[in-house]
Design a protein around this ligand. Structure first.
Ligand code: F6R
Ligand code: MG
Ligand code: MG
Length: 371
């Protein structure tokens, strides 16, 4: 136990209806009851259960730090119980993200995705939880970069002395399992050289610079980076990431954070995890993947964290001001769809290696002749 607060966001696809489009409210109730018990037993301070597309999302606060075995076991057991009902209801893909049979101390490497931060609460602590469906962790690269390094998105980087110094980016190479700490704005071109390759280099955490208002060793943003393909060894659906961002007073304002997500940029995922398409910001009620199993959706829930209690959520993208961005996303979706099975709508060859492409090549093996 520490004096700090831990904010944990752990998610999994435990099944949905119809097909991979939407979580069923009865399975959400199972999760709510389970977390309520854990709250009464003192493990959690507070929690919210929500969903984005076919993903069940557990938002939890506690005092036990990140990667805590008890909290992770609670999340795992919750997904297992939800799965039991999902199976009974014949929901689609029931238990699809529970890739291992027995829990081994941490949900990492077992299927579910997690983003967690432990921090000293400020007098008023705004925290935003972002959840995406039908895409991969690298989908966070562009918005997180804009929020913490691009003055055209975040004017505070220019006009607020407390963030003028910039931020430190923790970037992971999720193929070779290495990480590097890089400093913005000093190294922004080098940062972009890496994170533009969003299938490989992903932003894991953001830290304040030393000497600022906030402690330099407490993260101010964290993204899930779990790769289902690498765990299962075969295609089992996209990794559907989530992330947490703290805001205001020495950090980008809530509006600067949301602004980073307003542009429906192209992300990979969508139908069969094999297509590029726009990321559409929506309210929770619209977080269901329909057209061509998409387009990829994003929700954002805003909270004030008060001694670990969650005040909120404010459903941030449930606002008509984003209608324009949604229309833009719909227009881009339509445009991309016209490409059918052609790149760049369909993902490039490297990514298709996880699907049927190797089988097609195998079948044609004897028929390829020299040019
Ligand atoms: C993408 C996704 C869906 C499925 C598609 C086929 O992440 O979940 O687009 O890939 O609906 O699903 P199956 O193979 O289960 O019929
Ligand atoms: Mg699914
Ligand atoms: Mg999903």
């Amino acid at each position: 136990m520490t004096g700090k607060t831990t904010f944990s966001l752990i998610k999994a696809d435990i099944g949905s209806y119809a097909g991979h489009s939407l979580v069923h409210e009865d399975t959400l109730k199972v999760a709510e009851r389970k977390l309520e018990k854990a709250q009464k037993a003192g493990l959690l301070i507070d929690f919210r259960v929500t969903h984005c597309g076919d993903d069940t999302e557990l938002i939890m606060t506690h005092k036990h730090g990140v990667d805590n075995p008890k909290v992770h076991k609670l999340a795992w057991d919750t997904f297992v119980e939800c799965t039991a009902l999902a199976k009974k209801m014949h929901l689609y893909g029931a238990g699809q993200d529970l890739l291992k049979d027995a829990f081994s101390g941490n949900v990492k490497g077992m299927g579910p995705g997690s983003a967690e931060m432990e921090f000293t609460e400020r007098k008023a602590e705004p925290v935003l939880a972002f959840m995406m469906d039908k895409t991969e962790p690298g989908a966070f690269n562009l918005p997180i970069y804009k929020i913490f390094a691009d003055p055209f998105n975040t004017p505070g980087l220019v006009i607020d002395a407390s963030i003028h110094g910039g931020f430190v980016f923790e970037i992971w190479d999720i193929i070779e399992h290495k990480k590097v700490m890089m400093s913005a704005p000093e190294e922004m071109y080098d940062i972009l050289a890496l994170i533009g390759a969003k299938g490989r280099y992903v932003i894991k955490r953001i830290f304040p610079k030393p000497g600022g208002k906030l402690p330099k060793d407490e993260p101010v943003a964290c993204i899930s980076t779990d790769k289902l393909f690498q765990i299962a060894g075969e295609y089992v659906g996209k990794d559907d990431p989530c992330g947490i961002v703290r805001a205001q007073s020495g950090l980008p304002a809530v509006g600067e954070v949301l602004e980073g997500f307003s542009f429906p940029h192209l992300v990979s995922g969508w139908m069969r995890g094999s297509h590029n398409g726009p990321l559409m910001p929506v309210g929770v009620k619209d977080a269901k993947c329909t057209r061509f199993d998409g387009p990829p959706r994003l929700i954002g829930l805003g909270f004030q964290v008060a001694d670990g209690q969650l005040v909120g959520p404010n459903d941030m993208f449930d606002d008509p001001v984003y209608d324009y961005n949604r229309w833009k996303a719909a227009e881009i979706a339509d445009y991309m769809r016209r490409h059918g099975p052609f790149e760049p709508h369909r993902l490039p060859l490297e990514d298709m290696e996880y699907t049927t492409l190797p089988h097609v090549l195998k079948k044609l093996e004897g028929r390829f002749g020299k040019l």
